[in-house]
Write a protein that binds this ligand. Structure first.
Ligand code: ADP
Ligand code: ZN
Length: 470
């Protein structure tokens, strides 16, 4: 390790002198608060600051102490950069964007001097918003190499911020996905003392975001924004935006005047599972296996997880390397019950279970690899993180980690639980074997089925042994 890092230092020395200026983007943004959807509280909290930026002298005259730093935290793609740009845009002041990671990959002292240079530049222009993305890279509590450099950089930043005098009109906005990793020095009073959560949108929020990005796009009247908002559970604003853009690209290529529901559908699928591969090879036997595998997932969704809506089942290979997929839309929810978590494991295991039922132990394939990883992770969290297992009890292993080495008992427990859920899944599919066969045959014939179609086929076969929720 030592010799390796020595080597990197040598390479850095070689290149560093050529990179003189840090890459600071500066512009007066044309975004406004009206371009930010579904973040009312965040916008309200920033609106007051736009006035401070516009009229700093007014606040100075009243002797008001105005905030210096605002921390925006939340998952990627939820609009933190957008909020910061909209603030600068509303106030009509320059926007300086840097990333925390730009500061730390340098020699000791360089990060700090770059911080000072950045503030000097902003002060010269008078007013402005300085945006530091990924501030956790700079202010992370992590031990290890580069600590001294980090500390110097943080101190420089804090010194610059505490040097703000009233009437200056410069505000620092910082963003992070991992607020818990921030150095406490950054969040002390007088620093980034205003903190705004920027969360994932719920269904109503997704609708508003879609509406913002539908502006200026010729969407056909057939496109149902409500339905689309319902179908995009766990999409961030960035993902929604990129989906509508993908739909617009498709429509433009065809150039028939409007973006159809078909374009939007295809774009949604492209974002979720990748593009359909145009030349569709696949040996007949592999198609059969895939058909049963996906039929297994689809049927298990109906059997175990009726709260989710089956959207589409397909055996068309995707460009991302999947042989097929079964897509279900879960309800919007914040919490997962134990029964729901178990159902999710069963649905994930159902592809492999169907393969085994139909093709025997020796016939199961590598196609279940991702499913198994997902099922294992969920089961592990149920047992070791969520206190959902009697034997594991309420004791969370992670919280004990500082004192105990990882026990192999935990692993064997998760293994047992996973096997038990697998047996349950296989038995349930076996009991509805007619429905499984019918779904697989329909897939082989049509290549894909709409969720409602698939449900109708399955129910039709289950008159004598009706499909009931678990
Ligand atoms: P973050 O900084 O949180 O990672 P960004 O602000 O870079 O996210 O979001 C990327 C893009 O996604 C934005 O430019 C915008 O087009 C879209 N977007 C994200 N969140 C929203 C939102 N709440 N309202 C409107 N558009 C959004
Ligand atoms: Zn699968």
């Amino acid at each position: 390790m030592r010799s390796l890092s020595g080597f990197f230092h040598a390479v850095r020395d070689f290149f560093a002198p050529r990179r003189r200026e840090m890459d600071v983007q500066r512009d007066i943004p044309d975004q406004r608060f009206a371009d930010v959807a579904a973040l009312e509280e965040a916008v309200e909290s920033l609106r007051g600051l736009a006035d401070v930026l516009k009229h700093p002298d007014k606040y100075a005259r009243y002797g008001a102490r105005t905030p210096r730093g605002v921390l925006l935290y939340g998952p990627p793609g939820t609009g933190k950069t957008l909020l910061a740009r909209a603030l600068a845009g509303e106030a009509g002041v320059p926007f300086y964007a840097v990333s925390g990671s730009d500061f730390v990959q340098m020699y000791v002292g360089v990060g700090a001097s770059r911080v000072r240079a950045l503030f000097k530049k902003a002060r010269k222009a008078g007013r402005g918003v300085i945006f530091i993305d990924e501030i956790d890279a700079l202010g992370s509590r992590q031990e290890g190499s580069g600590n001294e450099e980090r500390e110097q950089t943080i101190n420089a930043l804090l010194t610059e911020m505490s040097g703000f005098r009233g009437g200056e009109g410069i505000l620092v906005l910082a963003a992070t996905n991992r607020p818990e990793k921030l150095d406490a020095a950054l969040t002390r009073p007088g620093r980034f003392d205003r903190q705004i959560e920027v969360g994932m949108p719920d269904r109503a929020g997704r609708r508003q975001i879609l509406q913002v990005h539908a502006r200026g796009k010729p969407l056909s009247a057939q496109v149902d924004i409500d339905r689309l908002a319902a179908d995009t559970v766990s999409f961030s604003g960035a993902k929604l935006e990129s989906m509508l853009n993908e739909a617009a690209l498709r429509a433009a290529r065809r150039n028939t005047g409007e973006i159809t529901a078909g374009d939007v559908d295809a774009a949604l699928r492209a974002v979720l599972v990748g593009e359909d591969r145009l030349n569709r090879p696949g040996a007949p036997q592999e198609r059969r296996i895939t058909a049963f595998h996906e039929a297994g997932h689809a049927l298990a969704t109906l059997l175990f997880d009726p709260q989710s809506r089956l959207a589409r089942v397909s055996i068309i290979p995707s460009t991302r390397g999947a042989a097929g997929y079964s897509m279900a839309v879960p309800p919007d929810r914040m919490l997962l019950t134990r029964a729901q978590a178990e159902a999710a494991v069963c649905v994930a295991l159902a592809g492999r279970a169907a393969e085994e039922l139909v093709f025997g132990r020796a016939g199961v394939t590598t196609g279940a690899a991702n499913d198994l990883a997902r099922a294992t992770e969920l089961t592990g969290r149920m047992c070791l993180e969520w206190g959902m297992d009697e034997e594991a009890g309420l004791c969370v292993r992670q919280a004990l980690a500082p004192w105990t080495a990882a026990g192999s008992h935990a692993e064997s427990l998760v293994r047992q639980r996973l096997e038990a859920l697998y047996v349950r899944t296989r038995a349930r599919l076996d009991a509805h074997r007619d429905a499984l066969d019918a779904l697989a045959e329909a897939l082989l014939e049509k290549e894909w089925l709409d969720g409602r179609e698939a449900e109708a086929i399955a129910r039709e076969k289950c008159r004598t042994n009706p499909i009931q929720s678990a």
